[in-house]
Structures are given as C-alpha cells and as structure tokens.
Write a protein of this length. Structure first.
Length: 301
C-alpha cells in the first residue's frame, strides 16, 4: 500500500465511521444529498479494498461489482434475486428436482394452529440477505420471538447507499422451507462463480453456524491458494458426489449473464438450488493475496 493510498484510506475510514454512526435514515439522506453515487461507492471501495476505484476502466472483480451496482439496471436481477419467484425459473431451466420445497410463503404468518411445519425448518425473507430464523428443534419454536424477529423484515429495505436497487424492487414476503442437512447446520455451501456461462471457481463455505471458514476450488476441483474475507478452511474438502451435475446446473442458470454467483447444496438425493447473487459482498470482500481480485476481474468480460 503506497503512502498516498494509506493516507486516503485513513481519511476515508474516518468519514465512513462518522457516516455509519448515524441512524440509517439520517445517514442515507445526508450522504445522498451531499455526495454523488460515484463518490459514495468510491469511498466504500477505498475503505474496504484499500485501493482507489476506477469506474472508467474497471479491471478487478470488485471494481466490476461497483460498476454493476451503479450502472446495470437489468430487471432480471430483481426477479431472480426474489427467493420465491426464482423457484419458477429454476424449475423451467434445470428441473423441479433442484428446488427446495416451499412449506409456506406470504406476507403474514398464518394462525398459530396452522403452523404445523415439520422441524427443522427455516424462515426467510425473500428480498434480503442473512434474514433467516432457524427452528432446529422444538425448543426454538417460540412464536412470540419468531413474530417479533421476522415480521419486521417485511418493512426492511436495502439502504440507499447499498446501491443494490434490484432488492428494493422485490415485493417482500416470508418464506418457510425445510432446513437442509442436519439440525446443527453443518451443511456445506457451494457457490459457483460463473462468467459468461462458464463456472470457473467454487467457493466452499463450512461451519457457518459456529466458526465460518472458506476455501476455493476451480472447476476441476483443484484447491486454490487464496482466501476471501473468512479464515481459510484448512481441511481438504471432498468433491461433491454430484459435482458434474451441479456444474452443469450452475452454468445453465447463469447463461444469460456476464457474471452471477450460483449457490447450490449437495444432498444424498441430489443437488438443490440456493440462490443467485449478482453483487457478492457488495464488492467489499478482499482477496488475499490481492492479485486474485484481478484474476477474477479478467474473467468478467
């Protein structure tokens, strides 16, 4: 990091902490009145990536995510980011066998007497990230707590400064699905990074409920020498038994986009679809070593 970047990052960090210390509404209103969208995103990029942002000639993966956040207005992003609506797309594209069954969906939870879903299950918001409530065992089925936690999600919108406009165009609902894997949440996530219809890397997330770790493999299941955000998973992860089928499914779902991340799970009965993500981590997650940010960027054409 050059002295100029170090100094600018320090100042950006002060500004960013001051901005985020305010309430969300106050912060967003003040920031969007004072700074342009490009300035806000450049400030975010410098703070998180420790590098200046080039929107005129984006070259790294995270720069291209910033460009997408600001300028790409594809209506398909909203349709396919909706955890309820995307299921129809998955059914018609790769088959109903990939779809996690829906136990219930709607804007208001049904009467308690009708909430007879088999445990374990998960309650999700269809329009956001990390809005999940896990009912892993009978003791977790506290409906007062569940209502107080989940129903406010329906009024939650992505902040203006997130610049992920597609999420705010989704009509909010709650979605209930069976919890895959065991009740302890040990199921591994496989996230396929697909560029121009070709899956190049797979992000493997382990132990998300306890000590989240991460490792990357390429499409030939060769372990990669870099990490992103979370500690590196030290264990060698066995290739999923349905890997070839998962690879084909990811590429088919991503075919129409220059880049999208396709999340899948591998069960004994076959793979299941998780979600499509168009701006992973908002472009804030750093590669270590940083050179791999450019490796991913070169694949995104």
């Amino acid at each position: 990091m050059t002295p100029l970047v170090r100094k600018a990052r320090k100042r950006a960090g002060y500004a960013y902490r001051w901005i985020t210390a305010k309430s969300r509404a106050t912060r967003d209103n003040w920031v969007t009145r004072t700074l342009s969208a490009e300035q806000i995103v450049a400030l975010q990029h410098l703070t998180h990536q420790h590098r200046f942002l080039s929107l005129q000639n984006p070259r790294t993966f995270n720069e291209k995510i910033q460009y997408r956040r600001l300028y790409e207005k594809n209506p398909r992003f909203s349709e396919l980011s909706d955890k309820v609506r995307v299921k129809d797309h998955v059914k018609t594209t790769i088959g109903a066998q990939f779809v996690i069954p829906t136990l219930w969906s709607g804007k208001t939870l049904p009467p308690v007497a009708a909430r007879s879903w088999p445990i374990p299950f998960v309650i999700k918001a269809n329009h956001g990230c990390e809005l999940n409530y896990f009912v892993r065992r009978e003791a977790h089925k506290d409906w007062t707590m569940i209502e107080e936690t989940c129903e406010p999600w329906l009024g939650r919108r992505h902040p203006k400064t997130a610049y992920e406009h597609w999420y705010n165009k989704i009509e909010p609902q709650l979605l209930i699905e069976p919890l895959l894997g065991d009740a302890e949440g040990s199921l591994i996530d496989y996230k396929f990074f697909v560029f121009g219809g070709r899956a190049e890397f797979v992000q493997v997330d382990t132990d998300r409920a306890f000590y989240h770790k991460r490792v990357f493999y390429d499409r030939h299941w060769t372990r990669q020498p870099f990490s992103v955000r979370y500690p590196l998973e030290p264990r060698e992860i066995e290739k999923p038994r349905h890997f070839a089928e998962m690879l084909d499914a990811a590429e088919e779902l991503a075919r129409e986009f220059s880049f999208v991340r396709v999340d899948l799970y591998d069960l004994d009965s076959g793979p299941k679809f998780g979600e499509l993500t168009f701006a992973p981590g908002r472009g804030w997650e750093r590669f270590h070593p940083v050179a791999y940010d450019r490796v991913f960027g070169d694949l995104w054409r």
